[in-house]
Design a protein around this ligand. Structure first.
Ligand code: HGY
Ligand code: MN
Ligand code: MN
Length: 405
């Protein structure tokens, strides 16, 4: 089958930055990657379309009247990320469809491979944008069109710049009743498979998450003249809140992350008047995540009151925890076992487009072992050629033996 890792390396050269691998929504690098993916889909014998949000979808017909197994993942990235996050879940299904066509084999159902244009949301602070739009159309996107990126470009203008029309968002919608399942192959992005000496895993569930933007407002002042007890220092208050996120998540054995923090008009000799930061909270089930949110935000209010600053929290994104259907787990496990690998079952701490589909169709996921200690969202992210080849063979078997329920 196609050499997926060399294709991942080739796609990795399409980056917004010459210094690292960063591919954000609708940039020139993103569009070059989209064209390359479309070309590989055509080479594999698929009919290809680009949807209203810029996702690239390849289709391989199945038996007359058969429903569709949708396989997919994303081809945008985080900043300074790894080359396999999302991309592997696009390239491996393309390789499998190509192999079926080379063998002259018709799949048991129709197959579609979706390369989602935006999942990480790094450019416009969106999340799961492209998969949401496939199911919700304009309803999930229209409110984002005025968002601006770091250069002040609006989401709508970024669409127009690549020939997409913000007034035709609804055309991205698909009819989920035509799907028999959604399947996503992804690197694990963690150390579990590595720790168990397993190359492939069966995902049992996907942790839910929420992301918040927190703004702390104190009083800017002169670093040399304001006595410490008289300060309403937004930076010191934010720092205490950041540590509160870490402490609450650790205590609850969940995960909480502050990934971005920005001081408004920050200057070395000025007491910070306003600080903004992000909070990302995740849990295997929604009640535990909401309890964590409540604890964290109650602590923010107490810290703000004690320090005489104001704190505002706005929820920017929330996605519910999602189960992987048992019948799909069984078929994924059988495919992994058929290539001589141990089908280790594990939950996903990372979010995936599969969560968005879980609301309307049964979803399944297969993980591929992450090298380098299981690190991801980091340029050190890696997959071995052996594991990629084993994943391709397992995926081929999964597709050939697939039985819709
Ligand atoms: O944040 C996530 O879990 C995914 O990488 N978007
Ligand atoms: Mn990611
Ligand atoms: Mn991903």
């Amino acid at each position: 089958m196609d050499d997926v890792l060399s294709r991942a390396a080739e796609l990795g050269r399409h980056s917004d930055s010459p210094r690292n691998y960063t591919r954000t929504y609708l940039t020139p690098a993103h569009q070059a990657a989209a064209r390359q993916i479309a070309a590989w889909m055509r080479e594999a014998g698929m009919a290809v379309r680009v949807d209203a949000l810029g996702s690239v979808v390849g289709r391989c017909e199945g038996p007359p009247g058969a429903r569709t197994l949708l396989m997919g993942s994303h081809f945008d990235s985080v900043r300074d990320g790894g080359k396999y996050d999302g991309v592997l879940g696009i390239l491996l299904p393309i390789a499998v469809v190509g192999e079926l066509n080379r063998r002259g084999e018709r799949p048991p159902v129709a197959l579609e491979v979706a390369a989602f244009a935006d999942e990480e949301g790094a450019r416009f602070k969106t999340s799961f944008l492209a998969s949401r739009a496939m199911l919700e159309g304009a309803a999930s996107v229209r409110a984002l069109l005025d968002r601006r990126d770091a250069d002040g470009v609006t989401f709508a203008d970024a669409m127009r710049a690549v020939g997409l029309d913000p007034d035709r968002l609804d055309e991205a919608r698909i009819d989920p009743s035509k799907l028999c399942a959604y399947f996503e192959l992804h690197i694990e992005q963690g150390p579990v498979l590595l720790g168990q000496g397993a190359a492939l895993g069966v995902v049992t569930s996907i942790a839910g998450g929420s992301r918040h933007l927190v703004t702390v407002r104190g009083e800017a002042g002169h670093a040399g003249t304001v006595p410490m007890p008289m300060r309403r220092d937004a930076m010191a208050a934010a720092a205490e809140m950041v540590l509160a996120v870490e402490e609450c998540a650790a205590t609850d054995q969940l995960v909480g992350t502050v990934g971005m923090l920005e001081v408004k008009n920050g200057t070395g000799n000025v007491i910070a008047g306003e600080v903004g930061f992000t909070v990302d909270l995740r849990a295997p089930d929604d009640p535990r995540r909401r309890a964590l949110e409540d604890r964290v935000f109650a602590l923010f209010d107490a810290i703000a009151a004690r320090r005489g600053v104001r704190v505002e929290k706005s929820r920017r994104h929330e996605v519910r925890a999602a189960p992987c259907a048992e019948w799909l787990q069984e078929q994924v496990a059988a495919a992994i076992a058929s290539v001589g690998a141990e089908p280790v079952r594990l939950p996903s701490g990372a979010g995936h487009d599969a969560m968005i589909f879980a609301g309307v169709v049964d979803v399944g996921m297969m993980f591929v072992r992450c090298g380098a200690g299981g690190v991801s969202h980091n340029p050190a992210e890696t997959v071995t050629a052996e594991d990629a080849s084993l994943a391709a063979r397992a995926l081929l078997r999964f597709v050939r033996d697939f039985r819709a329920r």
